[in-house]
Design a protein around this ligand. Structure first.
Ligand code: AMP
Ligand code: TRP
Length: 332
């Protein structure tokens, strides 16, 4: 049976990248798959999180899932730390994955920066926990943004090695689902960098909680170049920022990049930015209003997460037990 698993870290303010690269796609998939959507708080603490902020951000990510249109009855919505089987399977995977595999992970290199010695061990083994998230439910499909491709390849390698080592087809090899017009939304200040929750500049990202004024200001200040909007997709050489803004427009408006070029080609970026602001505000304001409504009622969010954790645990426990038996752990 096909089963989707995906998650977002509660490690800061959610961005338009999280929405266009992941959450919006989930909303579409929920009708065709059995889906488990997680707020991956255990992933978040691989880098320092203020405890009170972590609690708040966890509710906020859940609020965004709900506000974006994910139905908590049809799907399972929960926070990772509420189902302890994630940690248990991750330990087993720590013993399956090889150092050499993890040493190749580019996200660790980016996040650890120059001072690798000072990175947490959790940050290093983070992809093993991610593999555990998916495989704990025998997840078959994983809708994510482009930056998670390498981690998913590792999850497949872990599943395959586990199956080989123990001579049993326990785990499926999960398929990445990387689709939509915005699999990689770039920073508004630097078109070669990913738009990220953790960018030190607020002006690098559009946040899912930004109001109309903030969205307008950030788009107005977004980096462009002195040339007009290109009229074809061949006109983007050395124009990463221009391409990113037009991609965002297309993604928000369900238009192909070619169509955006055809419609706005030749106009000034000042005019194009006005159109972009309009569509961004129209699409994002209802979500941020709804998010705020959920944030004003934390008991409702907690009840949804509690119910989700119970349902997730009911699927996870028999699979974890199967894995423990295969590994040879004694059940005294
Ligand atoms: P994270 O913020 O790292 O927890 O990412 C959660 C999900 O959002 C993952 O599926 C990412 O691939 C996706 N995502 C994060 N940033 C971007 C971005 N700038 N463009 C597209 N997808 C993104
Ligand atoms: N590592 C993912 C990210 O930072 C989040 C994540 C954790 C995830 N576990 C997952 C995504 C399992 C998909 C499936 O974006």
């Amino acid at each position: 049976m096909d089963r989707i698993f995906s998650g977002v870290q509660p490690s800061g303010n959610l961005t338009l990248g999280n929405y266009l690269g992941a959450i919006r796609n989930w909303v579409e998939l929920q009708n065709d798959y059995e889906c488990i959507f997680c707020v991956v708080d255990m992933h978040a603490i691989t880098q320092w999180q203020d405890p009170a902020e972590l609690t708040r951000n966890t509710r906020e990510v859940a609020a965004c899932y709900l506000a974006a249109g994910i139905d908590p009855k049809k799907n399972i919505l929960f926070n990772q730390s509420a189902v302890s089987a994630h940690a248990e399977l991750a330990w087993i995977f720590n013993c399956v994955a090889r150092m050499g595999w993890l040493n190749r992970m580019t996200q660790f290199k980016e996040k650890a920066g120059k001072n690798k010695e000072n990175a947490s061990v959790g940050l290093y083994v983070y992809p093993n926990l991610m593999a555990a998230d998916i495989l704990l439910y025998k997840g078959t499909h994983v809708p994510v943004g482009d930056d998670q491709k390498q981690h998913l390849e590792l999850a497949r390698d872990i599943a395959q090695k586990f199956n080989n080592d123990f001579g049993k087809e326990i785990f499926p090899l999960p398929e990445p689902m990387i689709f939509g017009a915005a699999t990689r939304v770039m920073s508004l200040r630097d078109g070669t960098k990913k738009m990220s929750k953790s960018d030190p500049s607020e002006y690098a990202r559009i946040g899912m909680k930004d109001d109309a004024d903030a969205i307008a200001l950030k788009i107005r200040k977004a980096k462009t170049d002195p040339h007009p909007v290109p009229d074809s997709v061949d006109g983007f050489e050395d124009r990463a920022e221009a391409k990113n803004l037009m991609n965002i427009y297309g993604a928000l408006n369900n238009m192909k990049l070619e169509e955006v070029c055809a419609q706005y080609g030749g106009q000034s970026f000042a005019d194009f930015k006005k159109a972009l602001t309009e569509v961004a505000v129209a699409k994002l304001s209802p979500i941020s209003t709804e998010m705020q409504r959920y944030m004003d009622d934390p008991a409702q969010v907690d009840a949804i997460l509690r119910d989700g954790a119970e349902r997730a645990n009911a699927i996870a426990q028999p699979i974890l037990q199967e894995v423990k038996d295969v590994v040879g752990f004694l059940r005294p």
